[in-house]
Design a protein around this ligand. Structure first.
Ligand SMILES: *[C@@H]1O[C@H](CO)[C@@H](O)[C@H](O)[C@H]1NC(C)=O
Ligand SMILES: *[C@@H]1O[C@H](CO)[C@@H](O)[C@H](O)[C@H]1NC(C)=O
Ligand SMILES: *[C@@H]1O[C@H](CO)[C@@H](O)[C@H](O)[C@H]1NC(C)=O
Ligand SMILES: *[C@@H]1O[C@H](CO)[C@@H](O)[C@H](O)[C@H]1NC(C)=O
Ligand SMILES: *[C@@H]1O[C@H](CO)[C@@H](O)[C@H](O)[C@H]1NC(C)=O
Ligand SMILES: *[C@@H]1O[C@H](CO)[C@@H](O)[C@H](O)[C@H]1NC(C)=O
Ligand SMILES: *[C@@H]1O[C@H](CO)[C@@H](O)[C@H](O)[C@H]1NC(C)=O
Ligand SMILES: *[C@@H]1O[C@H](CO)[C@@H](O)[C@H](O)[C@H]1NC(C)=O
Ligand SMILES: *[C@@H]1O[C@H](CO)[C@@H](O)[C@H](O)[C@H]1NC(C)=O
Ligand SMILES: *[C@@H]1O[C@H](CO)[C@@H](O)[C@H](O)[C@H]1NC(C)=O
Length: 659
């Protein structure tokens, strides 16, 4: 009884994930063929960027010397991996499109200024004449949370304003409700972009910043899943960072360095724990700098119940940016969210959430350009891609069209676009392969610069091209965002900027070829610049290391009586890694990367342990970075709120249930 329950709890999510594998076999031959074409088509050309010529100068990547490597510098080697390598191929399949709202279409749609009835949908709501339909819309807005409240408060206007067929909307967020004979037949939500700021005069021509994030997509998975978008980005001469290495486990520790230049721990000290309410109001977000220079700021995310600043966190007191879409997303998902799948609502009403989000972004960009307001915007999308390796494919066409529309309508002419992820998929079958483990640490990043910008800052642009083949990090993106704000600096002596080898470089300056993970402040656990070999799982050193790791987890859980003590059940993988910095320095340190399973709960963990020999000749171990959880904990850790310890805790209450 207990065992079954535990399995169900720990694997319930994964069972769902596996369920689609049966129909997937049907697609496999087709997809494999497509894949083959795709490898030949995209990847061959992708890796033949040799030489890159630009405005008289030449950035050359010697293809022969790169053989087998994506990044090959004295400080870092990242092996080339085939996106359809035989070790991961079995995990690639097609997912089914979600069916929103049981297939019933929306009754209303919106454009930049209005909502309007979709005549074609009327028959799905009534067989009577349109005049029986009584609709009204009710504006709402985010409310500042008081005291210790969570940042999820919404205030609706008192009045619901009646309208017929169409209405011009001047509010930011509205709820639409329609009755027929007093029964509610339709509820929907729409967002708009009313102008909130005064026009500001700029001395030099400002460039908009548009950051669009797609959660949990590795670089290789992006190419596997979104070939059309990838091809389009290539067509519009985007720059792809091939050696962008994550610096923390999940979304938060990988985005804070981008937005603030600080690590998660530094942020705690500087502003987050320093604030009595544990809110983020006083943190040094880059958008504050843009704001002070006169830019309009905008921050939006979907799946906002688990939002960057809200999941297990207290968010903000004051709204941090001029526009913030998260509140809209939260209320609409709560009210009419459907097709709930693992962690996300895939639909609100009749629409897929990610499409609603991209539509909003399009509205924002259009409105800002129309009203000549330069902007800094940061948008983070999780609803399409958060939980499934193969779901991003469902959004390929739509993302492609989204970028194409922006480009064709001139919205990218004066805009720097960064399309990026935070990490690859963090759990599931592929994570337990070597390639899956590498991919998890190498998210995708594309930067699209206006053509005139490349010409105006030639040296800077050439450095950016060079840096596509260097080890890069979220800290570098932050430094680059600072440069965008102050482009005059790009005319100065770029090679003299960083005399003191800081951890973050602007991508417009050449990153030293001898940069290592250590210098870039990437914990060994996340570092992809290393060579690793499998070692015997039963060697005494591996067993000693694994036991050390389990002890370490139990120590972390000390003081949490509600969590069971963990014991080791199995070691499923063991590797020894060597780092370039050690090779450079001549003294090799041994890092073991071990995948192990603990009971109760059958948690699967990946841990990096540094092995040194103490002066008393005994082996000593140190856990490097954080420990990754490779399968889902689901409800196993419901009895604890600490988001780090949730990874390890197996609630005792579940054991009692079994007895
Ligand atoms: C919606 O209405 C159309 C036209 O009457 C009909 O073909 C379709 O089956 C309806 N859809 C649903 C889900 O009821
Ligand atoms: C938006 O839709 C309304 C109602 O259909 C229409 O009158 C208006 O011209 C449209 N505006 C734009 C910008 O498309
Ligand atoms: C929808 O129906 C209304 C009322 O019958 C009409 O005024 C309007 O032109 C129709 N719109 C479209 C797009 O057919
Ligand atoms: C709907 O019905 C009303 C009265 O019953 C009538 O005046 C009107 O013309 C009808 N509208 C349409 C579009 O048929
Ligand atoms: C909607 O139509 C009804 C009947 O045609 C009319 O009485 C009412 O004033 C209209 N409402 C608005 C807000 O236009
Ligand atoms: C990219 O450009 C090529 C050559 O112009 C064109 O054939 C292809 O359709 C474009 N791809 C996309 C996705 O727009
Ligand atoms: C890396 O190279 C730079 C010169 O490019 C040099 O100044 C620096 O000392 C080197 N760092 C290490 C750790 O070797
Ligand atoms: C580990 O297992 C392998 C085969 O499973 C065996 O050949 C080897 O002797 C074992 N090593 C130790 C140290 O037990
Ligand atoms: C331990 O892991 C190995 C390799 O994944 C597997 O074959 C074996 O069945 C596992 N043993 C137990 C007791 O779970
Ligand atoms: C060896 O020394 C380390 C400290 O350097 C100490 O923690 C450990 O307990 C010692 N081991 C033995 C067996 O004495």
């Amino acid at each position: 009884m207990f065992l079954n329950l535990a399995r169900l709890l720990s694997n319930g999510m994964e069972i769902k994930e596996r369920r689609w594998k049966v129909p997937s076999l049907f697609w496999l031959p087709l997809f494999a063929f497509g894949a083959l074409l795709f490898i030949v088509d995209v990847f061959q050309t992708q890796y033949n960027i040799n030489p890159v010529r630009l405005q008289g100068e030449e950035v050359v990547f010697d293809q022969d010397s790169l053989k087998g490597f994506l990044i090959k510098t004295p400080g870092c080697r990242i092996p080339y991996m085939d996106p359809f390598d035989h070790t991961v191929k079995e995990f690639i399949h097609k997912e089914k499109k979600p069916v929103c709202n049981g297939g019933i279409p929306a009754l209303f749609d919106s454009n930049l200024t209005s909502i309007y009835l979709l005549n074609s949908s009327l028959a799905n709501y009534t067989d009577q004449n349109v005049s029986v339909l009584k609709c009204c819309y009710q504006p709402f807005h985010r409310q500042e949370p008081s005291e210790d409240d969570n940042d999820n408060k919404i205030q609706f206007d008192e009045k619901c304003i009646p309208f017929n067929i169409t209405a011009t909307i001047t509010d930011e967020f509205i709820k639409v409700v329609c009755h027929i004979n007093r029964a509610i037949v339709y509820t929907d939500f729409f967002s708009f972009v009313p102008i909130k700021t005064k026009k500001v005069k700029f001395e030099t021509k400002p460039v908009n910043i548009l950051i669009i994030g797609l959660d949990a997509v590795s670089r290789l998975n992006f190419h596997r899943q979104m070939p059309k978008t990838s091809e389009y980005l290539k067509n519009i001469s985007s720059v792809e960072l091939l050696g962008y290495n994550k610096v923390g486990d999940n979304t938060f520790p990988n985005l804070m360095p981008v937005l603030t230049g600080l690590s998660e721990t530094e942020l705690q000290k500087v502003c987050w724990n320093a604030d009595n309410n544990h809110r983020f109001d006083n943190c040094p977000f880059i958008w504050k700098e843009y704001k002070s220079k006169g830019f309009v700021t905008s921050f939006g995310e979907d799946s906002s119940w688990m939002g960057i600043f809200n999941y297990m966190r207290k968010g903000f007191h004051e709204q941090p940016t001029d526009y913030m879409w998260g509140a809209f997303n939260r209320i609409s998902e709560n009210a009419i969210g459907n097709s709930h799948n693992m962690n996300v609502e895939e639909c609100v009403g009749a629409r897929q959430v990610y499409k609603v989000f991209l539509d909003y972004i399009k509205k924002f960009v259009t409105k800002m350009d129309l009203e000549e307001r330069p902007y800094f915007s940061f948008y983070w999308g999780a609803s399409l891609s958060h939980d499934y390796l193969n779901k991003p494919h469902l959004g390929d066409k739509h993302y492609y069209k989204f970028f194409r529309k922006l480009k064709e309508n001139g919205h990218l002419d004066n805009t720097i676009t960064i399309f990026m992820s935070d990490h690859g998929i963090r759990w599931g079958d592929i994570r337990q392969t070597y390639q899956g483990q590498m991919e998890e640490r190498l998210p995708f990043v594309f930067i699209v610069l206006p053509e005139w910008y490349k010409g105006q800052y030639q040296n800077a642009y050439n450095n950016l091209l060079r840096n596509t083949r260097r080890l890069t990090t979220p800290y570098d993106l932050h430094e680059t965002l600072k440069d965008f704000l102050n482009p005059a600096i790009l005319h100065e002596a770029l090679e003299k900027r960083y005399q003191d080898s800081p951890r973050g470089y602007s991508l417009f300056c050449e990153i030293p070829a001898n940069r290592t993970c250590k210098i870039a402040d990437i914990a060994s656990h996340w570092c992809t610049c290393q060579q690793s070999v499998e070692v015997e799982k039963n060697s005494s050193l591996v067993i000693e290391a694994a036991n050390f790791a389990v002890d370490y987890m139990n120590q972390q859980l000390e003081g949490y009586a509600q969590c069971s003590e963990l014991t080791m059940n199995n070691i499923t993988d063991a590797r020894v890694m060597t780092h370039n910095e050690d090779i450079l320095g001549g003294n090799e340190i041994k890092d073991f990367m071990i995948i192990l399973e603990t009971v109760p709960g059958n948690g699967v963990f990946e841990v990096t342990l540094r092995n040194t020999i103490g002066f008393n000749k005994t082996n000593q171990f140190e856990v490097m970075g954080t420990i990754s959880r490779l399968n889902l904990y689901g409800k196993q850790s419901a009895c604890i709120t600490d988001f780090h310890l949730k990874l390890y805790c197996y609630c005792r209450s579940l054991l009692d249930l079994g007895n």
